[in-house]
Structure formats: C-alpha cells, structure tokens
Design a protein. Structure first.
Length: 360
C-alpha cells in the first residue's frame, strides 16, 4: 500500500505552471529514434543468425563482452551446445573469429535495449520528481516503461526457444514476432504521445487525440503485414523465391497442406512468403486511404506515409530479387519501422481532424 501511494504521488499531476510538455515531447522522440535503431540492429541480428550466440541472460554481468581469450572460448563452448551450431556451422565448423562476429550483434542488440531503458527511466523519474508531467500523462508514460521492460523479457523468451535442449536451429518465429511487434507498438505509442504533448505545449487546453474507427482498421491491416514480415524473417521465408512478381516461375506457389490448414498458414515458408508479398498491397491501399484522408489536415503526415510505404515496397521487392541481401533486407526493416512511425503520426492527425482540429 505504501509503495502504491508513493508511486501515485510521484506521478501526480503537475501544479499549474510547472508542467513541461515540450521537453517531454522531445525526450520521447529521442527514445523513438533509439527504438528505430534497435529494430534495425535486431534485423541485422536475425539476418546474420546471431541471436543464439549468447545463451544466457545476465542483466548486469552481461553488459561487458568477454575480456579474455579464456572467456571467449567459454562463450563459444556454450554456443556449440546449440542445435543451430551443430546444424549450420558446416563441415568445416565455425572458428572463433566468426563466432565473435555474431556475438557482437547479439551483444550490441542487448546493450541498446539497456540503453533505451536508462534513457527512458532516468528522465522519467526526473520529470516526475520535478512535477513536470501534465495531468493524465503520468500513467501513460509509466505504462510505456513497463512495455520497455516487457521487451527485455520477450527478448530472452525468444532466445530461450533456441538454446538448451531445444531442437530449433533458430528462435521461434512466433516469439520473434511478439518481440518485434511489441517494439513497433511502443514506437507508435511514443510518436502518438509526443504529438499529444507538443500540442499541449502550444495550447494548454489541448486534449489528447482520439483514435478513429478508420485509423483502427488501417492499424489492423498494417499489423497483419508486420506479423507476416516477422514470420518471414523467423522462418527465413524470404529465401523461398528470388523472383517477382512470380514465385519460382508461378503466380501461386504449390503448397503442401498435409499438416493441416492452421499449421500451414502459420509455419509454411512458401505460403507465408506469398501472403506477405500480396497482403502488402492491401496494406498499401489502406495507407493510401489514410494518407489521402489526412492530406488537408496534415500534409506533412500524408507525404510521410506515402514516402514510407512506397520505399518499403520497393525495398521488399529488392530484398526478394537480391536473394535477401543483408543490407537491402536491413533497409527494408528500417523503412518498415519508419512506416509505423509515419502511420502513427497520420492516425493522430486523423483523430484531430475528425474532431475539427488541425495538426500543428
């Protein structure tokens, strides 16, 4: 009870004249940029098969990489117990230098996660202690920190699916999708809240933007595309075909349904690749509708959405036709995150427009 009361006091509404919505908005946008960065590094980690290179989760001691030759060999020995190493290291095996390369990306990914947590938590506590958080925003900001913590837990839950006695040679694509989609949901929340706070800085009477039914539908359509993209990454389904618009010379690939409809829809790499490339056009239609809907109220948001999804489609096609070139695929994931940010901004403007207000 005492702890709950202390937290309530900490996030109590700021007295008149002490709130700092502009500073809060800028801080949240910095965190949003870091989230985009970790999504990119996460994509590199997945594409280089680096995710299982660190087989343990040590919150404090894991900050430092191995600092001696003996420590490096100890980490390498742990990785050699995984199914991924036994299956994918090849007849010649993997040497320590190659292990250090994949270890770096997983370590860097985890370090970025810790950095985001600190960059979010420390200013949050400072703003709260200074009573600088406007009324109605304290628990929203606290909830986003809880989401950041949940991201860390989901990250380890994902990695744990491929270590120990697991027969998997990669992490579970279901857990990977949960990890990625949570990060993108956080990104959308950061952008939305930053825009709400910026409006509050310009007009103390401004109310948070509502979510319209139309925007919710667009978000649902985009969510399906992002989910399919995460499954494609988790199953290496991008390698199922390297031609476009056909798949291995066919418009519709041959699919083996013998394991059941549900299993095939969620696990068959050929079908998931097919669904991801064609559901993209449903997502494009939804995003075009949203961009045109907010064009008068917020032209910049409309341009941002058009630019983001157009670039993402071109990079998606390039990823396929390049045989999943690392940096093309990473660029595709980067622009995917930027599309989420642009869409969140447009959805925010749509809410204001439906209430008869304009974005500023």
């Amino acid at each position: 009870m005492a702890t709950s009361a202390s937290v309530s006091r900490l996030f109590a509404a700021a007295p008149r004249g002490t709130a700092r919505p502009r500073a809060l908005s800028r801080w949240l946008l910095v965190v949003a940029v870091l989230v985009i960065g970790i999504v990119v590094v996460g994509g590199i980690t997945r594409l280089t098969e680096s995710g299982l290179s660190i087989t343990e989760w040590n919150v404090v001691s894991g900050i430092l990489p191995p600092l001696s030759d003996a420590a490096w060999h100890a980490e390498f020995a742990k990785y050699q117990t995984t199914s991924q190493f036994r299956v994918e290291s090849g007849p010649a095996g993997m040497d320590l230098a190659a292990f250090k390369f994949i270890f770096f990306w997983e370590w860097f990914h985890r370090i970025l996660g810790r950095l985001i947590g600190m960059v979010y938590l420390l200013p949050l506590l400072w703003f709260a202690a200074r009573r600088a958080i406007p009324a109605g925003y304290g628990w929203r900001l606290a909830a986003m920190f809880a989401l950041i913590c949940g991201q860390g837990a989901l990250g380890w839950y994902m990695v744990s699916s491929g270590v120990g006695d697991s027969p998997l040679i990669s992490v579970s694509h279901f857990r990977l999708a949960a990890h990625l989609l949570t990060a993108l949901f956080l990104l959308g929340g950061l952008v939305w809240t930053a825009r709400d706070l910026m409006r509050l800085a310009q007009d103390p009477a401004a109310r948070p933007a509502p979510l319209t039914a139309g925007s919710a539908v667009v978000a649902g359509v985009l969510l399906v595309q992002l989910l399919l993209g995460a499954w494609v990454a988790g199953l290496d389904a991008g390698l199922a075909a390297s031609d476009w618009p056909l798949m291995n010379g066919r418009l519709v690939p041959e699919i083996d349904w013998s394991k059941g409809v549900v299993w095939t829809l969620t696990n068959d790499p050929f079908l998931i690749h097919f669904m991801h490339r064609w559901w993209a056009w449903v997502a494009v239609a939804a995003l075009v509708w949203l961009a045109r809907r907010v064009r008068k109220a917020d032209r910049r948001a409309s341009i941002a959405v058009h630019t983001a999804f157009g670039t993402m489609v071109l990079l998606g096609i390039s990823t396929v036709m390049s045989g999943v070139s690392l940096w093309v695929a990473v660029a595709h994931q980067l622009v995917g995150a930027l599309t989420v940010a642009a869409t969140a901004g447009a959805m925010h403007s749509d809410g204001l427009a439906r209430r008869g207000e304009r974005a500023r």
